[in-house]
Design a protein around this ligand. Structure first.
Ligand SMILES: [Zn+2]
Length: 141
């Protein structure tokens, strides 16, 4: 920290400034500030996690929707082909259930692609905070 009296950089745990002898009122204030910053950091982590999970839901829905839309287009195309006299009558249930199962597979695939890097980051963050807690004891009064 910085001495309030002379502006010299002094040890964070110093009770008096080694240069001018000014007592530091900091020790009673600092832990609160630190805890506050840690709480804010945790809030940011939760926010990022929420955005990440929401992103997973968006990816899932987008991919699944795209397959359903494609299934509908395939059905309409086949129906048209049948009307024109090429090919068999289109089976809505068969086309849509194929689109749905393919859509589910693709949706989960892309969602795991979106979620995987987040899981790695979360694991890293988790192990780092765990290690931090096992470190030197926090300053206490
Ligand atoms: Zn000083």
């Amino acid at each position: 920290m910085i001495c309030k009296s002379c502006g010299t950089e002094i040890a964070d745990k110093a009770l008096v400034c080694f240069r001018c002898g000014q007592a530091t009122a900091e020790p009673t204030v600092k832990p609160a500030v630190l805890a506050d910053g840690r709480r804010r950091a945790r809030k940011v982590v939760w926010l990022v996690a929420a955005v990440w999970l929401a992103g997973g839901v968006v990816v899932w829905n987008t991919v699944f929707d795209a397959h359903i839309t494609r299934g509908e287009r395939i059905y309409v195309d086949r129906q048209q082909a049948f009307a024109d006299g090429h090919g068999p009558r289109a089976d809505m249930d068969q086309v849509m259930s194929a689109a749905r199962s393919e859509g589910l597979r693709a949706a989960w695939g892309w969602t795991s692609v979106e979620l995987a890097p987040g899981l790695v980051l979360a694991a890293l963050w988790w192990s780092r905070t765990r290690r931090g807690r096992g470190g030197p004891p926090r300053a206490s009064r």
